[in-house]
Design a protein around this ligand. Structure first.
Ligand code: AMP
Ligand code: GLY
Length: 423
């Protein structure tokens, strides 16, 4: 069986490694993939947003199944196009992907179906937004409606910052059309939990919970990034919280999407905040998280490909989704300067993978001599699994010590908050 995976980051590397465990799969194509996954997949230089050529390639190679991982192609309708061409695919349709690609759609869905989230207002006119801000409590949370590379959320501590955010998004168009509408919402407090869930539109089966570390520097200082490291499971996601999430958030969301005529099939990512009034939705993503996937999939005991097919065929109710009782930690090694300016092109020395330690490669490429060079902001995700969170963290950092490239930087405190909570 031949399959293809759309995307090029550490998340896609983790997906490919988990898919490879299925014996039926002979060939995996990564479109475009990266040099660091060349041992695990055939990388084909077709961009993740080039839907026309993705479909053409899939048909030419008669691939048996396609997995679309990133938000952009999903929002552009990659799964609709592949399915229309007869390629069974994992991922939501364009209509269902709106749960991530439009914050206004997501907020209106939650309001209509009583799903707990921050209270909010939507604005299409910058002057009206600024007038509202004069009366709104601080900090104010301002979100661009559309996709903005994870940078479309501003938490403004002062009125001046809030007004500047509205000007940037709505008048200066720093996120293009994504900022033509903005959501201004209530600031929530509490620990954050990420839960990825498989759903076939009716049944929902959550994966092990995880915790991202979004800021660039130790102690949650510095700029927001795509994610500097993750741990799983998340100790703030207690049995009680999990039960409330299932009844108040996960099932109601899946039912709501079905009622709206756009059932969600694929991986639905719930970005949650455990507030003193219970769990609330901070955001939905229509895809696997990065770097959440790098800690969740190593703990998956069931076969990923079997689950993905069950999601696509709407038979998830009969398909087991089981996880190890252990823990995992992923430390992202980035290029100094990320998420702003950084240099690339430095040779990488990898720590060899073992059963419990895996390096997922994100921003890297092979040169003509077959050497692996840095080629992005987030370069590697060094991941370890173990019986306990403490042991997983220690193992991941020991592997980081044996991994080298010039200008590497990483956080030293991935998982510390979770460990303190466990204690
Ligand atoms: P997002 O891009 O929606 O994931 O938001 C980025 C980050 O902003 C989240 O991970 C939260 O830490 C924070 N955030 C988003 N919305 C809120 C909110 N309503 N209250 C507090 N923090 C928020
Ligand atoms: N790690 C956050 C995300 O994938 O959106």
């Amino acid at each position: 069986m031949n399959i293809l995976v759309v995307g090029s980051g550490g998340r896609e590397h983790a997906l490919i490694k988990a898919l490879k465990k299925n014996r039926e799969i002979e060939t995996i194509y990564a479109l475009p993939g990266n040099g660091g996954m060349a041992k695990d997949a055939f990388c084909v230089s077709i961009g993740a947003k080039d839907i026309e050529n993705i479909v053409k390639f899939a048909v030419e190679k008669a691939v048996d199944f396609a997995v679309v991982a990133p938000d952009d192609p999903l929002a552009l309708g990659a799964v609709d196009a592949l399915e229309n061409a007869g390629i069974p695919s994992f991922g939501p349709t364009k209509a269902a992907a709106r749960i991530e690609s439009s914050k206004v759609f997501a907020k209106e869905l939650m309001k209509k179906y009583g799903i707990p989230t921050a209270t909010y207002q939507v604005f299409t006119d910058p002057d009206a937004a600024k007038a509202y801000l004069k009366t709104a409590p601080l900090p104010a949370v301002i979100k661009a409606d559309g996709l903005a590379l994870g940078k479309g959320v501003i938490i403004a501590q002062t009125l001046a910052e809030a007004e500047a955010a509205v000007s940037d998004m709505m008048e200066n168009k720093v996120f293009g059309d994504s900022g033509s509408r903005v959501v201004i919402e209530e600031f929530l407090e509490g620990p954050e939990v990420s839960v990825l869930a498989f759903t076939d539109g009716k049944t929902v089966k959550p994966m092990v919970s995880s915790m991202d570390h979004k800021r660039a520097l130790d102690g949650d200082q510095g700029l927001n990034t795509g994610g500097m490291g993750t741990i799983a499971p998340n100790p703030y996601y207690t049995k009680d919280v999990a039960e409330r999430c299932m009844n108040e958030i996960f099932l109601p969301t899946v039912r709501a999407m079905e009622k709206e005529g756009c059932p969600f099939k694929g991986c639905l990512y719930f970005g949650l905040m455990v507030t003193k009034n219970g769990p609330k939705v901070i955001e939905y993503n229509c895809r696997f998280g990065d770097p959440e996937t790098q800690v969740v999939l190593p703990l998956l005991k069931s076969d990923l490909f079997t689950i993905m097919r069950a999601v696509r065929d709407e038979t998830l109710a009969d398909c087991p989704v089981e996880f190890d009782n252990g823990a995992a930690c992923c430390v992202v090694m980035a290029s100094q300067g990320y998420p702003q300016h950084y240099e690339k092109g430095f040779p990488i020395t990898l720590n060899p993978d073992t059963d419990e330690i895996t390096t997922y490669v994100a921003g890297a490429k092979l040169n003509e001599n077959g050497e692996l060079l840095t080629n992005g902001g987030r370069v590697l995700g060094v991941t370890a699994t173990a019986d306990s969170l403490k042991a997983a963290i220690e193992k991941a950092y020991a592997a980081v010590q044996k991994t080298h490239f010039e200008n590497a930087f990483y956080r030293r405190d991935i998982g510390q908050r979770a460990l303190n909570k466990e204690r």
